[in-house]
Ligand binder design. Sequence first.
Ligand SMILES: *Cc1c(COP(=O)(O)O)cnc(C)c1O
Length: 463
Amino acid sequence: MNTIANHLPTAELQALDAAHHMHPFTDGTALAQKGARVITKASGVTLTDSDGIEIMDAMAGLWCVNIGYGRAELAQAAAAQMTQLPYYNTFFQTTHVPAIALSKRLAELAPAPLNHVFYAMGGSDANDTNVRLVRHYWAAKGKPDKKVIIARKNGYHGSTMAGASLGGMKPMHAQGGLPIADIVHIDQPDWWAEGGDLTPVEFGLERARQLEAKIHELGEDKIAAFIAEPIQGAGGVIVPPDSYWPEIQRICDAYDILLIADEVICGFGRTGNWFGSQTMGIRPDIMTIAKGLSSGYAPIGGSLVSDKIANTVADAGDFNHGYTYSGHPVSCAVALENLRIIEEEKLIENVRDVTGPYLAEKWAQLVDHPLVGEAKIVGFMGSIALTPDKAARAGFAAGSGTAGLRCRDRCFANQLVMRHVGDRMIISPPLILNKSGVDKMLARAVKSLDETLAALLAEGLMK
Ligand SMILES: *Cc1c(COP(=O)(O)O)cnc(C)c1O
């Protein structure tokens, strides 16, 4: 068997990596100078790099390894499925048992009207599907002009042409001529950064009502859907004010606008329920799923679709859309085994009732640190805003990311993966993290915050 357990020395691996491997979301020149960190194995919540250093992964990879690393059951499920049927497609009226079983399971888990799944390989391409699906739906209903999708600034919906267009990330739009046509953006519900003198409740309503204003501006007969993450993840774990989602739901109901909840991060236990829509009390027509669906052990994503939409589309002839690997049997088998573990080991109940509340209590205490303004957490996704002036909710004069980048580097040095988005530090740990793991994570985070503060003071970036 071809094994990669034995490998070259780190410096040689880094040189080869820089020579031949183009990385996502990375400055290639900077990477070549510094060398990538090479991860060689992982177990539970712990990564090991090529120098043998152990690092606690408070991000669950990219928000996906919900059940933690090293679960042999998923490897066995993949091996068994590969042996029996490694591949067959689901085009042209064929199917296979893993896709049938996973679809049934997802229909059971999802809120009532979402009984249908269209499979993709990840979240980006699932959102591409959503764009085509909602436009096709409205055309089938005799309203081909309902094409516009309203999304949000600083939202994240993936990196394909449609995914990045739905997303509201300026640096992504700047490359490749995005957004594509008929996708428009309203402001995000980030009270800390943008709330000004409004209370969070007032601000949440104001931001939600931008949706209504946009519908009036463009005309209800032009709008197909609104898409949003129940809680923005890549944008910095922005938890909206309580007033936000009920008002969005009211507006989607009042006008004939489909609601797409991008559950790629929030789904599969992250917020203490199966789906973030349940935590936020919303009733989407479509949910985008990926990441925690397989805990990252195999690539799979999809769209969970309501009866109303699926039935209309089914009656409208061929839906001319699909991926070679839609419903890949190995990914479906891995996802099923992952869902079994989440359910049988009560990982979601544990996050909701035990470890989540424990983490929330400790996380809230971080606001006592001189560098921390707001601390937000829902279930097992949280963020803190670093600020030189809490009362003013100010940013750093030297620019966004001044403290965040330093803190991220201190975390790495202290054997903790915690990501930064500008000057927000974010976590999304595996759902299996226990109370002593929470303590260990927070001890490393606080040490890193202390060191960041000391560095900022020494460099004169903060008084
Ligand atoms: C990660 C992410 C995506 C993109 O998923 P990929 O699997 O990377 O294509 C889409 N939406 C949200 C909310 C995400 O966090």
